[in-house]
Design a protein around this ligand. Structure first.
Ligand SMILES: NC(=O)c1ccc[n+]([C@@H]2O[C@H](COP(=O)([O-])OP(=O)(O)OC[C@H]3O[C@@H](n4cnc5c(N)ncnc54)[C@H](OP(=O)(O)O)[C@@H]3O)[C@@H](O)[C@H]2O)c1
Length: 336
């Protein structure tokens, strides 16, 4: 075990310089905002030089070019922690380019792309095809001598509720809902805000214990491990009850269709295999509601350890409904 007392005099036992890719993106903007709010971090946003995304106020902007490794290495030099939140639609080698540049720049710790289900739920990861990709991303970090900390938060509740019907089944414009199975299977979900708070909390801890007798929580407790969190463990029926409360609607206002959850997963998979990536969200979200093996990591959630606040379901539902229009204007995305 490493202790701060044994480090060279130049060692600072705190993460002060954080680099992030995707600071203008869905989860990256929330994480960058939460880090800035602590007042403990300088946040450098690596962004494609021709990006049109808006970056949060207060970040240091570092334009990069994925075809010019030196531009990425230069942006990462001197950074203590590197957070990758890159679009699932980015070219496949994007993550690897970032990780390799980080190794060359001497960045010790990386938070890889992920921000989804439990990485230890291997069958789930295989069934939704994201597990092996994320595993390869972590392996590459490991192989290059750096340490990773990944975030397992389940689906983003607000984003997934608001997104297209293929996610949690809601079409708010048409007032249509598709229920997978009996609608009672629960899955772990987190609000985007809670993900941001969790990352900011972990990165605000001491890096290492001072010495053998220091029992405080440190960043090092998560080296090569996931940070587990959830806002709620929730079924579609419970989401629907919340949606009705928040929108002041009743069952009669909604057209409800029930679908066998396993068939829904199989349909999505068939679509993906024939090149229709619209099937990806269908298979991914259906899989989380398999009653015999749901995407539920409640027993591992570290909310208390991290001191994360309890959240109100209806408030989170309201935030989600507020995102509907913005998400409709975005192209449906897929796992590349
Ligand atoms: N749990 C969930 O419910 C859930 C939902 C969605 C996504 N996720 C996961 O969260 C992670 C981040 O997703 P996100 O939705 O936050 O990403 P996003 O907002 O779509 O994109 C993040 C950033 O990726 C960069 N980017 C976009 N297209 C690119 C391209 N072609 N080449 C290189 N960079 C590109 C952009 O940064 P610049 O413009 O600044 O370069 C963008 O701001 C992924 O791992 C994804 O699988 C989880």
């Amino acid at each position: 075990m490493s202790f701060a007392k044994d480090q060279p005099a130049s060692f600072t036992n705190a993460i002060e310089r954080v680099a992030i890719v995707g600071a203008g993106g869905t989860v990256g903007s929330v994480i960058a905002g939460a880090l800035l709010k602590t007042g403990k971090h300088t946040v450098t946003a690596l962004t494609r030089k021709d990006s049109t995304n808006t970056l949060p106020e207060g970040v240091v902007v570092a334009p990069i070019d994925y075809n010019d490794e030196a531009s990425i290495v230069d942006a990462l030099r001197g950074q203590q922690f590197f957070i990758i939140t890159v679009a699932p639609t980015a070219p496949r080698d994007t993550h690897s380019k970032l990780v390799q540049a980080a190794a060359k720049a001497g960045v010790p710790y990386i938070m890889p792309n992920g921000y989804g289900g439990d990485i230890e739920h291997v069958k789930f990861g295989q069934d939704v095809m994201l597990g092996p990709v994320a595993q390869a991303n972590r392996d590459e970090i490991d192989k290059l001598g750096m340490k990773w900390i990944t975030v397992c938060c389940g689906f983003w509740y607000d984003y997934s509720l608001a997104g297209r019907p293929a996610r949690f089944g809601f079409d708010f414009d048409k007032k249509e809902l598709t229920i997978y199975g009996d609608g009672n299977t629960k899955t772990s979900v987190s609000t985007l805000a809670q993900v941001g708070r969790a990352v900011a909390t972990v990165l605000s801890l001491k890096v290492l214990p001072d010495g053998e007798n220091d029992k405080s929580l440190t960043l090092s407790s998560w080296f090569n491990k996931p940070v587990y969190l959830q806002s709620f463990v929730i079924s579609q029926n419970e989401m629907f009850e919340s949606v009705k409360r928040v929108t002041g609607t009743a069952d009669a206002n909604w057209t409800i269709t029930k679908e066998d959850v396993h068939e829904r997963y199989a349909d999505g998979l068939k679509m993906v295999k024939t090149g229709n990536m619209a099937g990806f969200a269908k298979l991914l979200y259906a899989r989380a509601f398999f009653p015999e093996d749901a995407g539920n990591h409640s027993d591992k959630a570290q909310n208390k350890l991290l001191g994360l606040p309890e959240e109100n379901l209806d408030e989170a539902t309201q935030v989600g409904i507020g995102m509907v229009k913005a998400l409709q204007s975005r192209a449906e995305r897929m796992a590349s």
